[in-house]
Design a protein around this ligand. Sequence first.
Ligand code: FEO
Length: 396
Amino acid sequence: MVFGLTEMKEGVYWVGAVDWNIRSFHGYITNRGTTYNAYLLVDDKITLVDTVKSPFFLEMLDRIRKIVDPSEVDFLISNHTEPDHSGAIRAFLAVAENAELIASEPGLKELKRYYGEDLKCTTITEKPSIDIGNRTLRFMPVPMVHWPDSMVTYVPEDKLLFSNDAFGQHLATSKRFDDEVDQAILFQEAKTYYANIVMHLWRPIGKALAALGGAEIGMIAPSHGVIWRSGPGKIIETYSRWVEGVSEPKVVIVYDTMWGSTERIANALLEGVASEGIEVKMHRLSSSHNSEVITDVLDARAVLIGSPTLNNGLFPSVASFLTYLKGLRPRQKVGAFFGSHGWGGGAKQEAEALIQASGLELVESDLDFNLRPNESELRKAVDFGKKISTKISGNP
Ligand code: FEO
């Protein structure tokens, strides 16, 4: 038995899989699970666009069997090599022995590394498009959205874009379309996905959006989450804003604490920022995961990072967050350090180096206090919060 087999357009079906149970997607916390979307186009020729993560192969195959004999599939398109999409390629080709695998040039190299040098694969240099009957499938490379091999497949006759990772959401649901799910949850998951997976790839995403600008798009079928049928324009516009680094007058205070001193400073900063009417998000890293914090960072204008000094350096959870931040390199933000130390200190120096390495503009601060902040030091933190609020309250 399979659920969810969906005809998105005449002769075009969702045949992927829903992963209700995944909670960590290479380190990104996926509290709402995800889906691996594969799509079947039944025309004069039969085409499968992408596969699923390997444990879900038989589930995908069962869905395909409800429509066609899988051995009759003519083309298998690999838009992206990452194993959440390519993991069932070998198993599927064992069933569809005559199917022609098509990928980008880098995709061919990566697929052979994963699945063996004997894998036969045509590249999109050889076949930039294919005619499958009443439809044409045009392949467009979008390198680094998300890997060097990434490409999208466009069907002009249906105004349909198979966008792979772009416009995805880690959202497990029995529904297949954007207008069938809670809009706040949908856009929150799209935001979380963008912040954690591709925020640092804004340049290639910007190029891809520009390249897609000439195509009429009525439906976007990504490889994770629901299909954008009612609001493809809205998610494209939202991506454009993220690519441009558009932010809100919002401050993220992220910290950890050993004996409560750094937390007292965090609360004083919160008081200062909030007293100016600016939105604040607070995250203590023993309670919040890096992937939740980075989602709040995406549209904030300031990130205040607090750490006690432990063993002459950063507290481990704060070091972890700063390493994550450095990899994802948020744009057009300011950052500053606060914290506490017992004798020699050391966290401030390490944090400020990482704040700058993350691409944030470092705001000088004098908020690294000995053992426990006193009243005048807490007052200083309140004032610093006000100063940051003034700095970010104008236009970005
Ligand atoms: Fe969903 Fe980059 O894989």
